[in-house]
Design a protein around this ligand. Structure first.
Ligand code: HEC
Length: 143
């Protein structure tokens, strides 16, 4: 082996070691891990939401089916809120099916919708159009 080859092997080995160490760091770092921030009750509600296909008729942030209204902010909307949400769940109004949720399941769904509501506004009327062309949005969870 020439000196040059030994030198190249040394450089490549160092790069390889750095690569392995860096990857080890990236994949074990907790910095960008997504912590679950829903309470147990809200998680239960999310499960019920998914199992009962609420998204097939309802939207959150404008995404979902369009048979029923968007529910992003139903929790904090004027004249709506927890009791209002619960009232819909087992009553079967218009095309919304009559579900048979227990009291604790209703509470769980309310808890999930409370969490959804806390993440922002839809539609977001809190946008400020700046002269620079940028739009500044207000987010509930950044306050
Ligand atoms: C087959 C379609 C359909 C499914 C599935 C459905 N809904 Fe609905 N939902 C509707 C319709 C339509 C309305 C509007 C009824 C009205 O205004 O009289 C509604 C209204 C509501 C309202 C009141 C919204 C408001 O702003 O007035 C809530 C809360 C609600 N649904 C929750 C749910 C939840 C939670 C689920 C899943 C467990 C669900 N819905 C599943 C069709 C559906």
């Amino acid at each position: 082996m020439t000196e040059k080859t030994k030198y190249n092997i040394a450089i490549i080995s160092i790069l390889l070691i750095l690569f392995v160490v860096y990857n080890g760091f990236v994949y074990t770092s907790k910095e960008n891990a997504n912590p679950v921030i829903l309470t147990e009750q809200a998680l239960h509600g999310q499960r019920l939401w998914q199992e009962n296909n609420c998204w097939s008729c309802h939207q959150t942030y404008g995404l979902g089916g369009y048979l029923g209204p968007d529910l992003t902010n139903v929790y904090s909307a004027k004249n709506k809120g927890p009791q209002y949400i619960k009232a819909f769940l087992n009553s079967g109004v218009k095309t919304m099916p009559k579900f048979n949720f227990s009291e604790s399941e209703k509470e769980a769904l309310v808890s999930y919708l409370k969490f959804v509501d806390s993440t922002g506004y839809y539609p977001n009327y809190h946008a400020i159009f700046k002269p620079s062309g940028w739009i500044e949005l207000e987010y509930k969870n950044e306050k």
